[in-house]
Design a protein around this ligand. Structure first.
Ligand SMILES: Cc1cc2nc3c(=O)[nH]c(=O)nc-3n(C[C@H](O)[C@H](O)[C@H](O)COP(=O)(O)OP(=O)(O)OC[C@H]3O[C@@H](n4cnc5c(N)ncnc54)[C@H](O)[C@@H]3O)c2cc1C
Length: 390
C-alpha cells in the first residue's frame, strides 16, 4: 500500500485545479497522487464565467468581453453593460496544457492512468482502490468523480444539457466584442427552458451552443436539428465549416451535497456541490472553493470549511428557481429578462455567485413574477419541512 499526503481522484477541472493550488501553496512539498483514466489532451469543453478581477489562470483566458447580449423569449434584446465584471472563457485544452506540465515540473505529483473503484475513510487516513487493483492511502483524498443521477424524484433534479459547435465562416460575420450570453428567443418546445448562446472568438469563428434546462435528454439528432435550424433560419450564417463540437450534461439540483463526507475525504468540483444549481456554472465556483480549502489546509492542517445557516439562504433561492423551472410556473428566460432589466447585471452576477447582500436580494426578488415565485417558495419550504419531520 503506497502512502501519499493527498490523493486526487479525477484529473479534470477541479482535480487539476486542486493540485495546482497545492503546488503553489506552503504545502508544495507534499506528495500528491492524481488518478485519472483519460489523457486530457482534447478540447473537450470551454468554460465561460464572469469575474470582477483576475484569476490564477488569467494567462490562458482565451477571450474576454466587457458587455453581453441577453434575449428574452420574445426575442427582445438587452445589451448588458457588466461594469467592473468581464465575461471570459478558458478552453479545456489550454487549461490541461497549462496545468499538467506545471504539476510534472513540481516533482511531487504522480499521475496514475487508472480509474478509482472505491474510496474509504480508515479513521486516521483514507484509502483509494483502483481498477488495476492497487490500493493507495493518503491523509486526505479529494474526490471529483461525480456520477450523474438522472432520477431523483425527491429533489428538483433538472439537467442542463447542451450541444455546441465551433463554426468558422468564410466571410466576417460575428461581432467579436459581444457574445450572446443567453438567447431564449428560440422555440420553447414542450414549455421547456431552451436557449442559444454564442461566444464569438473573432469575426469568423464562434462557439454556438443549443442548451436546455429540463428533466430528460434529447437524442443527438434532435440537438443537431435544433442547432442547424437556428444557424440556418435565425442566424442565417453564410458558408461555414464546423471545427469542433462539444456535448455536455450538468446537474441542476438541490440535492444536499456531502462536500465533506468524512474526516479524510473531500468532494470537489461538481461532486462537491460547486455547480451553481440555478445556472450550471461551475468553473468559477470551484476555483473560489478550492482556494479556500487549500488556505484552510495551510492554516489548520484540515480541509473542512464551515458554512453558517445564513450563507445557506442562497441554496433556498436556487431551490425556488428550480421549482419554477421544473413545475413550468413561468418562462425562466422572461424571469431573467425582468431581473436584468430592473437590476444591474453586476447585482445579478453577485446574487448568482452567492455573494449578494440581503438588500440586493430583496430588490431582485421584487423584480420576479411575485405570484409564481411565491407559490414556488411555499412549495419548496413545505417540501423541506416534510423532509425534516418525516
Ligand atoms: C461540455 C461542457 C461544457 C461546460 N461549460 C461550462 C461553462 O461554460 N462554464 C462553467 O462554469 N461550467 C461549464 N461546464 C460545467 C463544469 O464546469 C465542467 O463539467 C467541469 O469540467 C467540472 O469539473 P469537475 O472537476 O467537477 O469534473 P471534470 O472536469 O469532468 O473532471 C472529472 C474527472 O474525473 C475523471 N473520472 C471520472 N470517473 C473516474 C474514476 N472512477 N476514477 C478516476 N477518474 C475518474 C474524469 O475522466 C474527469 O477527468 C461544462 C461542462 C461540460 C461537460
Amino acid at each position: 500500500m503506497k502512502k501519499y499526503d493527498y490523493i486526487i481522484c479525477g484529473g479534470g477541472m477541479s482535480g487539476l485545479s486542486m493540485a495546482y493550488y497545492l503546488i503553489n501553496s506552503t504545502l508544495k512539498n507534499s506528495k500528491i497522487l492524481i488518478i485519472e483514466p483519460e489523457e486530457k489532451n482534447k478540447n473537450d469543453r470551454t468554460w465561460a464565467f464572469w469575474e470582477d478581477g483576475i484569476n490564477p489562470f488569467q494567462s490562458i483566458v482565451y477571450k474576454t468581453w466587457n458587455a453581453v447580449n441577453f434575449y428574452n423569449t420574445s426575442g427582445e434584446k438587452q445589451l448588458l453593460d457588466i461594469g467592473d465584471y468581464q465575461y471570459k472563457i478558458i478552453r479545456g485544452i489550454d487549461f490541461y496544457k497549462f496545468v499538467i506540465p506545471k504539476l510534472k515540473e513540481s516533482g511531487n505529483v504522480t499521475w496514475l492512468k487508472s480509474s478509482v473503484e472505491a474510496i474509504s475513510d480508515e479513521g486516521n487516513s483514507a484509502s483509494v482502490q483502483t481498477k488495476i487493483g492497487d490500493t493507495f492511502t493518503a491523509d486526505f483524498v479529494f474526490d471529483s468523480t461525480y456520477k450523474l443521477k438522472l432520477n431523483l424524484p425527491e429533489n428538483y433534479n433538472i439537467l442542463q444539457h447542451f450541444k455546441g459547435v465551433v463554426v468558422q465562416t468564410e466571410e466576417s460575420f460575428f461581432n467579436p466584442d459581444i457574445p450572446d450570453m443567453m438567447n431564449f428567443g428560440v422555440e420553447q418546445k414542450n414549455d421547456e427552458c431552451r436557449f442559444i448562446y454564442i461566444l464569438p472568438f473573432d469575426e469568423k469563428t464562434a462557439l454556438i451552443e443549443y442548451t436546455l434546462f429540463s428533466e430528460s435528454l434529447l437524442t443527438q439528432e434532435e440537438y443537431d436539428a435544433e442547432l442547424h435550424k437556428y444557424i440556418t433560419n435565425d442566424l442565417k450564417l453564410p458558408a461555414y465549416k464546423i471545427l469542433e463540437d462539444e456535448f455536455g450534461v450538468i446537474p441542476m439540483t438541490d440535492e444536499a451535497t456531502e462536500e465533506f463526507p468524512s474526516a479524510h475525504v473531500v468532494r470537489i468540483g461538481t461532486a462537491g456541490g460547486s455547480t451553481n444549481p440555478a445556472t450550471g456554472y461551475t468553473f468559477q465556483g470551484t476555483q473560489k472553493r478550492l482556494q479556500k480549502i487549500v488556505a484552510q489546509l495551510e492554516k489548520t492542517g484540515k480541509p473542512q470549511l464551515k458554512s453558517n445557516w445564513w450563507q445557506k439562504r442562497h441554496l433556498l433561492y436556487a431551490s425556488v428557481l428550480l421549482n419554477v423551472i421544473k413545475k413550468k410556473r413561468y418562462p425562466i428566460g422572461d424571469v431573467f429578462g425582468q431581473m436584468y432589466a430592473k437590476n444591474k447585471p453586476q447585482t445579478m452576477f453577485r446574487f448568482l455567485d452567492g455573494e449578494s447582500n440581503i438588500f440586493q436580494e430583496l430588490s431582485l426578488m421584487a423584480s420576479t413574477p411575485i405570484k409564481h415565485f411565491g407559490l414556488a417558495a411555499f412549495d419548496t419550504i413545505g417540501r423541506n419541512l416534510k423532509r425534516i419531520f418525516t
